[in-house]
Design a protein around this ligand. Structure first.
Ligand code: GDP
Length: 295
């Protein structure tokens, strides 16, 4: 994860740390490298530009030029700015409803169904919740079956309705079932398409209206780089979602999505998926992610 970005940043800071005293020119050169590294990691242009401008202002403002260890101080400034770029603090999901309703949205293949299972598993094991999963991808029997298999694996019930191909009614019925049967969280999986289309957006907007979710989570594949950010924007314009689950961070992702989503969409990443297993889901901590990026 982020190997390329980490390597590039490490190289440019090494040069800087090698200098006893640094000049404004050293800072400018380092920031040029940082910006190039970010663009190379698929961070969008505007985000990378603002980022380096902020770092420069902070560096000059905190008098890096006269610091005893200017290189270390620059690394710290970049670290804090990276954490800030990813939202600063970690943000929890809202589970105030009784039952709390969580709606999962995203493109097909993003990891929606897998993460519906992972989230239920986490809420059950770490928060002592009793979740119910709703198999809302009614068009794909394989998706319903996939959720049932996951549910069985983690010991969480899955709500389905044989022959019902109306996802809005299914979601409503699922929430009603949860209410009358003592479940305290309902996670509604939904159908995705390979690309954003009007029908999918209308459908998920209708589900949102029907079940008034406490939390809408947009699930996105971190390997898709700038596309991840564009898709997030389209979903957010339509759904005004509450948070993001960034998936497949265990793969060879360049990191752009993790770094850009927050600043472009202004919604926090709340969880990151780190593998196919049901326990491979972590709460997202911007500062820890910045630690990882800087190695
Ligand atoms: P959906 O179409 O959005 O419901 O996507 P799925 O949940 O079916 O996931 C698509 C593929 O990605 C499956 O093969 C999953 O096993 C895989 N997958 C999902 N999440 C992760 C992850 O965090 N890491 C890795 N490596 N694979 C994942």
């Amino acid at each position: 994860m982020f190997d390329n970005l980490s390597e590039k940043l490490e190289r440019s800071f090494k040069l800087l740390k090698g200098q006893g005293k640094i000049t404004e020119i050293n800072i400018a050169e380092t920031l040029k490298d940082v910006r190039r590294a970010l663009l190379n990691a698929d961070v969008n242009y505007k985000t990378a530009k603002t980022f380096t401008e902020n770092v420069k202002a902070k560096a000059l403002g905190s008098d890096v030029l006269n610091a005893v260890q200017p290189g270390q101080m620059m690394v710290k400034i970049v670290h804090d700015e990276l954490a800030q770029l990813m939202g600063g603090e970690s943000v929890d999901i809202n589970m105030n409803g009784n039952p709390a309703v969580i709606l999962m949205a995203g493109l097909q293949g993003s990891g929606k169904t897998t993460h519906t299972g992972k989230l239920a598993n986490l809420l059950k094991n770490k928060k002592g919740k009793k979740p119910l999963l709703v198999a809302g991808d009614v068009y794909r029997p394989a998706a319903i079956n996939q959720l049932q298999v996951l549910g069985e694996q983690i010991g969480v019930d899955v709500y389905t309705e044989e022959g019902n191909n109306d996802p809005v009614k299914l979601a409503k019925d699922g929430v009603k079932h949860a209410k009358t049967n003592g479940y305290d969280v309902v996670i509604v999986d939904t159908a995705g398409r390979l690309a954003v289309d009007e029908q999918m957006m209308n459908e998920i907007a209708a589900i949102k209206k029907a079940v008034s979710p406490d939390e809408i989570l947009f699930v996105v594949d971190s390997m898709t780089g700038q596309d991840a950010v564009n898709t997030a924007k389209e979903f957010n314009d339509r759904l005004n979602f509450d948070g993001v689950i960034l998936t497949k961070l265990d793969g060879d992702t360049r990191g752009g999505a993790a770094l850009s989503i927050r600043s472009v969409v202004e919604k926090p990443i709340k969880y990151v998926g780190m593998g196919e297993k049901m326990d491979a889901l972590d709460v997202f901590h911007p500062s820890r992610m910045a630690d990882r990026i800087l190695g």
